[in-house]
Write a protein that binds this ligand. Structure first.
Ligand SMILES: Cc1cc2nc3c(=O)[nH]c(=O)nc-3n(C[C@H](O)[C@H](O)[C@H](O)COP(=O)(O)O)c2cc1C
Ligand SMILES: CCCCCCC(=O)C(=O)O
Length: 356
């Protein structure tokens, strides 16, 4: 078994099946979940030859943060369900890989501890904070303050969850709560709640105005996560957003959403290079990353592969997953005649089986 698949297999062997299903599963019939990966299989790379690729680099700058490769760790909930090391282990491995970790509202480790752990490995480690806007603005403000004080350098606002996706596996397994002792730690001791750990609330009431308010409240760059429609990318630009993240939440929200790599070109076209376009969903190899970069992404995120690495081997497992992706990325870039991510252009991507 090659590539990342062995990490998933090991994770499946080790995890409680109910927790494996929570991580692996998607919404509804899991159409979007499957399509995210299958869409990459419908594409091929058309390599260029006789281009000097020696002395190349995979480095990119993301919202002012130096990043050794254009592959970052997307926010996923509840890392301590995958491994006792949880987000701390993920933070250490991601920092060692020199890339961005997006921790978030549903982390089972407080954001301050995640950043401290990453910075123990590397003092300039980059951690961004994924924010679920909360109906109580004081709670949202407190989460933002927590992220700022911890040293996060960007906010990633998840906008694809006005309601929680219907996850059939979790319904069948009766999995709707964390086991005793695990909490969404960033929701602890927030204003206005009698409970020490408030539940994360989804709300359909949010609009672009809420982003404007957030913009006014923080100096941190804001990434909007869950952009699929090009008109929303244009709105994001108009509302002063610093980057968009093309995402369908790993197929966990709208089950009939398009695969992210299929939605990417129209979003990139709408943005026309004015802000970075990020993408996640279905990236399972360095070649997938190369395709998305060529189609207009500045960087790509991985969700489940990191969870499989974490479950399989804690910090070491996450490190192995990120190094494997980096190695495949470098190799594929070289075979395509690309010395740096900037050399990856749309003409390198074709439909499998399509005549040129
Ligand atoms: C178990 C799990 C938990 C997730 N939790 C969050 C979350 O708390 N916030 C968020 O914005 N996205 C969350 N996501 C979505 C990821 O950020 C990302 O969009 C998705 O995993 C990318 O697809 P991939 O898993 O195919 O790489 C989660 C995804 C998974 C699989
Ligand atoms: C209301 C529960 C919040 C946890 C959200 C985790 C998440 O986004 C996911 O996809 O699962």
């Amino acid at each position: 078994m090659t590539g990342l698949a062995r990490f998933e297999r090991r994770a499946r062997e080790l995890l409680d099946p109910v927790h494996y299903d929570f991580f692996a599963g998607g919404a509804g019939d899991e159409v979007a979940l499957a399509d995210n990966e299958e869409a990459f299989g419908r594409l091929a790379l058309l390599p260029r030859i006789l281009r000097d690729t020696t002395g190349g680099s995979t480095a990119v700058t993301l919202l002012g943060d130096a990043c050794e490769m254009p592959i970052f760790v997307s926010p996923t909930a509840f890392h301590r369900l995958a491994h006792p090391g949880g987000e701390r282990a993920t933070a250490r491995a991601t920092a060692a890989a020199g890339t961005v970790l997006v921790t978030g509202t549903a982390a089972t480790t407080p954001v301050a501890d995640v950043v401290a752990e990453a910075r123990e490995i590397r003092e300039d480690a980059t951690v961004w904070f994924q924010l679920y806007l909360q109906p109580d603005p004081e709670v949202t403000a407190a989460l933002v303050r927590r992220a700022e004080r911890a040293g996060c350098t960007a906010l990633v606002v998840t906008a694809d969850s006005p309601v929680f996706g219907r996850r059939g596996r979790d319904d069948r397994n009766g999995f709707h709560d964390l086991p005793p002792g695990l909490y969404a730690e960033n929701m602890r001791d927030l204003p206005g709640g009698a409970d020490r750990v408030r539940p994360i609330e989804m709300s359909g009431a949010f609009t672009w105005e809420h982003l404007d308010r957030l913009r006014a409240r923080t100096d941190l760059p804001i990434v909007v996560k869950g952009v699929l429609h090009p008109e929303d990318a244009r709105l994001a630009l108009r509302h002063g957003v610093d980057a968009v993240l093309v995402s369908n939440h790993g197929g966990r929200q709208l089950d009939v959403a398009p695969a992210t790599v299929d939605a990417l070109p129209a979003v990139a076209e709408a943005v026309r290079g004015r802000i970075p376009v990020l993408l996640d969903g279905g990236i399972r190899s360095g070649a997938d990353a190369v395709m998305a970069l060529a189609l207009g992404a500045t960087a790509v995120g991985v969700g489940r592969p990191v969870l499989w690495g974490l479950a399989a081997g804690g910090e070491k497992g996450v490190g192995e997953v990120l190094e494997l992706l980096r190695d495949e990325l470098v190799h594929t870039m070289a075979l395509c005649g690309a010395a740096s991510p900037g050399d990856l252009t749309g003409d390198l991507v074709t439909r499998r089986g399509a005549p040129r």
